[in-house]
Ligand binder design. Structure first.
Ligand SMILES: Nc1nc2c(ncn2[C@@H]2O[C@H](COP(=O)(O)OP(=O)(O)OP(=O)(O)O)[C@@H](O)[C@H]2O)c(=O)[nH]1
Ligand SMILES: [Zn+2]
Length: 196
């Protein structure tokens, strides 16, 4: 979901909404500690959800080919991220692992981390985030294959609702050679596990 169709409210409207929520939970928004909270929350949301202002083209637009003929899997693991679930606006805390099989072109390693960061800084489900990262790499890098694994804990399950702490959800997306060739998939999973 890249297109934002609704009109963006003003900063003042956002702050007023936070103030309403604070009153709704039962606190006194005129007390000293809360006076600046609507403004702080608006600023924090700007940072926590800055991923809406970025696009995968921007992040993955620059690729290079001078890799001395390297043509094996590139795997970057343990990319830590914080996101927020789209159902409750509560944190999702996790790690992403990305592998791709280059078709001549590679991308700067930090750009893979930036792609994770961009999608993490939007409201998410874990499944969507996994697929979006794979899509972005597939579309902009055109590798022979891409594999994305995400492991995460959902605070909306730990802090509220079912109140289950310490569980990890794993999602995987395999594209291209990783989807079509079980051996590539196994190799990726083995590299991930063995380097743990
Ligand atoms: N599939 C999926 N579900 C998620 C994710 N994050 C949160 N959820 C779930 O989204 C569901 C929303 O269910 P609802 O019944 O609409 O909302 P709810 O009444 O707040 O649900 P409970 O959490 O069971 O109290 C819950 O089961 C959450 O655990 C995610 O990334 N992927
Ligand atoms: Zn949730």
């Amino acid at each position: 979901m890249d297109a934002i169709v609704q009109k963006k409210p003003s900063r003042a409207e956002a702050e007023a909404a936070v103030e309403t929520l604070l009153r709704w939970i039962g606190d006194d928004t005129t007390r000293e500690g809360l006076i600046d909270t609507p403004s702080r929350v608006a600023a924090a949301y700007g940072e926590l959800f800055s991923g809406y202002g970025k696009s995968p083209e921007e992040v993955l637009g620059r690729t290079f080919e001078e890799v001395a003929g390297y043509e094996d899997i590139v795997l970057i693991k343990d990319i830590n991220f914080f996101s927020h679930c789209e159902h409750h606006l509560v944190p999702i805390i996790g790690k992403a692992h990305i592998g791709y099989l280059p078709d001549r072109r590679v991308v700067g390693l930090s750009k893979l981390v930036r792609v994770v960061d961009m999608y993490a800084r939007r409201l998410q489900t874990q499944e969507a985030m996994t697929a979006q990262i794979a899509d972005a790499i597939e579309t902009h890098l055109r590798p022979l294959g891409v594999a994305v694994v995400i492991e995460a804990e959902h605070m909306c399950m730990a802090m509220r609702g079912i109140r289950l702490q310490g569980s990890t959800t794993m999602t995987t997306t395999f594209r291209g050679s990783f989807k079509n060739d079980v051996n590539s998939q196994l190799r990726f999973m083995t590299m991930l596990r063995d380097s743990a």
